[in-house]
Design a binder for this molecule. Structure first.
Ligand SMILES: [Zn+2]
Length: 132
């Protein structure tokens, strides 16, 4: 993918602050961090969406993310590390690992919408279950 910014980072055409690299995975600091130490983990193969990525690549990237979380937590004395796969701003699968501290002032990542009633929630669960 010639135009993909993450593929360019993998190729070394765009500089990055790498924290981990092997044959299949690259992890580097996000240039727009939610907290300092915010890491992006990407597969070296270009796959736009998690749900369309081969199982072995998904397994690889999540196992490595787990190890990176342990390192981030230890290195930064973080209380925990949040994990998210969000957005389509770069169409190359990436996992956000964000060091968090209980007093970091980030209340939540997203606004929430309560279900009106239990029945509505049950219907939503059934709808998804039936599609699997
Ligand atoms: Zn790419």
């Amino acid at each position: 993918m010639e135009t993909c910014v993450f593929c360019k980072i993998i190729q070394g055409e765009i500089p990055s602050s790498k924290v981990y690299e092997d044959d299949n995975i690259l992890a580097f600091l996000d240039i727009n961090p939610v907290n300092h130490g915010h890491v992006l983990v990407i597969p070296k193969e270009h796959h736009p969406k998690l749900e369309e990525t081969p199982d072995n690549v998904v397994a690889d990237i999540f196992v490595q993310s787990k190890k990176l979380m342990q390192g981030i937590k230890q290195a930064l004395k973080a209380d925990y590390v949040s994990v998210s796969v969000v957005g389509t701003e770069v169409p190359h699968l990436h996992i956000h690992l964000i060091p968090r501290w209980f007093d970091d002032g980030l209340a939540g990542f997203w606004p929430t919408r309560k279900y009106k009633e239990t029945k509505e929630m049950k219907e939503m669960a059934d709808k998804i279950k039936n599609a699997l």
